[in-house]
Write a protein that binds this ligand. Structure first.
Ligand code: ADP
Length: 596
């Protein structure tokens, strides 16, 4: 809820409307590296456009020759010329279209890779503030809208625009007075176009938002299908999806309606113009000096203008769609990245962690999540955080890796505030195993030796798997370490996945280890085995362990009880039991809950 409010207040600020021109220029910036292809494409379209007046000119010759009665001379020449014109037009079309597609695909490639590069650098708060579906739609749908905009719009603008220029040029050359009349109608077309373009822009933004809605609902329903089934949410989800799809259809139809109206209106204006033109053309004072060939060629050229002008007006909807998509893409590319101003570098931490009057509030949240945390965790020791769910344990642990910035009080490692470390440096010293194990689509080996560990020798991977008590089950799989795990590791049980995550942390061999309910997915049998592995792993490093089952953290050097974002008790297991306070109460509760 708090997150939502956060987005609503932030997005309008980020959407300071950049004018369409600025957006074009920014998009053009992406085209710059493909300028050779763009040039080839322009050459293609110039050839294409030149062939239109050439056809009209050819027609003039045919008519003049036929009316003069000396056909025999040109009997072969004219058909050859017709073939020549069409061959040139074909070559022009190919060059233009193919190289334009090449430019567009390069742009989309660049946009997508830039967006992904950005994505991995964004702060955790961003990931929490936007539904996955919306984010995926940005990477896929929005970038494709841009491809549509770039290829189609520039193609039509160039090809048809040049054709219009060529034909008009020819017409002016033939009879400038008649052409002037013709040009009078152009502003009228301009009016229709500008009206339609405004509407398109509004509509395409709506369609895009509705598209996001469709993917949001679907992706939630897919991810949460078990919850949907068990809690009887199918009808609710169906209704939600129906609504989103309905909104999408409505907007699409509205768009089509404007588009469909746009074409006949422009065509009618053209017809009126043609009628007036013919009326004037038939007046002796204007066209007395024109030969029959001139006359027919002029009208043909004017008639030929219809198609390119129509297409030019149509290009607006495509262009506006692209612009709307570019807004969303550039907004994303302009998001601030994780702050990384730290300078301090030490290759290996000792791992002494100190919290001094540290308070923390999630961005956009109303109330304080953590208040006045004071703790000192000497290097190599273990801190266990216990307390009710939602009390702030994970937040304390996550702040060490700077998933969020601490700006109230101090959190330091080896005497240096964590904000002063370079982020990569800080994180390379921390290993993390959390409750929601993330496995990537790849082999088990790739999942254990992930990221900066990917070049680790196989013996070390095996050793880590053994230490995490995962080697036995890995060996039993058909392909051992090279077994592919499905997306998110669907082929493995919860306990097996957790052990792979532990192996990953063991392999990282970092001085600071965060275990956030790391043994929660394990059955008692494997928990015991893993606990032994974890005990070994924790022995020589600073560990922060969050455990629901108190039995797993009894040996911790310091146990801190967190309640409503505050540490209400700290000490060793025996000290806290002797104190008979909150910890003792939790302990007794769990003890009585465990069936004997
Ligand atoms: P615990 O680990 O003890 O269950 P957490 O540290 O996960 O507790 O959460 C502490 C509080 O912070 C809760 O009230 C939770 O709603 C809130 N919280 C957790 N994550 C976020 C987040 N990304 N944005 C805003 N609030 C959050």
């Amino acid at each position: 809820m708090q997150d939502k409010e956060n987005i609503e207040t932030e997005i309008p600020l980020q959407k300071v409307p950049a004018s369409s021109v600025q957006i074009y220029f920014r998009l053009l910036g992406y085209v710059r590296s493909s300028w050779v292809y763009l040039l080839l494409s322009v050459i293609g379209y110039v050839i294409y456009a030149a062939m239109e007046p050439a056809l009209a000119a050819l027609l003039k010759h045919i008519v003049d020759i036929v009316s003069a009665g000396n056909i025999s001379e040109s009997r072969l020449l004219i058909p050859m010329a017709i073939l020549g014109v069409f061959i040139a037009r074909g070559v022009g079309t190919f060059l233009g279209n193919y190289f334009m597609a090449k430019v567009a695909n390069n742009v989309v490639f660049d946009l997508r890779t830039h967006m992904f590069n950005k994505l991995v650098l964004l702060p955790s708060s961003y990931y929490h503030s936007i539904p996955t579906g919306r984010l995926l739609a940005k990477l896929t749908y929005d970038t494709e809208q841009v491809i549509g905009s770039i290829t189609q719009a520039i193609r039509v603008l160039l090809r048809e625009g040049l054709t219009v220029v060529g034909l008009l040029g020819y017409m002016i050359y033939m009879n400038w007075r008649l052409s002037l009349l013709f040009l009078l109608v152009v502003p009228l077309i301009g009016l229709v176009v500008s009206y339609a373009s405004k509407r398109f822009r509004k509509l395409s933004t709506r369609i895009q938002n509705a598209m996001g809605g469709v993917t949001d609902v679907a992706s939630e329903a897919i991810k949460g299908h078990e919850v949907v089934k068990i809690f009887g949410g199918s009808e609710y989800e169906i209704e939600r999806f129906h609504k989103a799809a309905h909104e999408n259809r409505r907007s699409q139809l509205k768009m089509e309606m404007t588009k469909s109206l746009n074409i006949p209106i422009v065509q009618f204006i053209l017809a009126v113009m043609m009628a007036i033109l013919i009326w004037f053309a038939l007046s002796p004072s204007i066209s007395s000096h024109m030969s029959p060939g001139d006359f027919i060629a002029f009208l043909t050229a004017a008639g030929m203008l219809g198609k390119p002008i129509r297409q030019l007006t149509d290009v607006n909807s495509i262009l506006q769609k692209g612009i709307a998509a570019s807004y969303s893409i550039f907004d994303f590319l302009d998001l601030p990245e994780e702050v990384d101003k730290g300078q301090a570098t030490t290759t290996a931490f000792k791992g002494h962690i100190e919290w001094r009057d540290m308070s923390f509030k999630y961005p956009g949240a109303e109330k304080q999540t953590l208040t006045n945390i004071n703790l000192s965790l000497p290097a190599g020791k273990t801190l266990a955080l216990v307390g009710r769910s939602g009390s702030g344990k994970s937040t304390i642990a996550n702040l060490i890796a700077r998933f969020y910035d601490v700006d109230d009080g101090l959190l330091s490692i080896d005497g240096v505030a964590i904000n002063d470390y370079k982020l990569t440096e800080l994180r390379s010293n921390i290993a993390l195993v959390n409750q929601q194990v993330v496995l990537f689509n790849g082999t088990i080996r790739e999942n254990i030796a992930y990221g900066s560990l990917r070049d680790t020798a196989i013996e070390n991977v095996v050793e880590a798997a053994k230490a995490a008590n995962a080697w036995d089950f890995i060996q039993e799989l058909d392909h051992g370490l090279d077994t592919m795990v499905g997306e998110n590791g669907v082929l493995l049980s919860g306990g097996q996945r957790q052990r792979i995550a532990i192996a990953r942390a063991i392999l990282k061999n970092a001085p600071i280890l965060i275990l956030d309910e790391a043994t929660s997915a394990l059955d008692t049998e494997s928990e015991r085995a893993i606990q032994a592995a974890l005990d070994g792993l924790m022995a020589n490093r600073t560990t922060i362990a969050i455990a629901h089952r108190l039995s797993t953290i009894e040996n911790a050097d310091i146990i801190a009880v967190v309640d409503h974002g505050e540490i209400i008790e700290q000490g060793s297991h025996s000290e806290l039991l002797a104190k008979n306070g909150a910890y003792a109460q939790l302990h007794n509760q769990q003890f009585s809950e465990i069936p004997l």
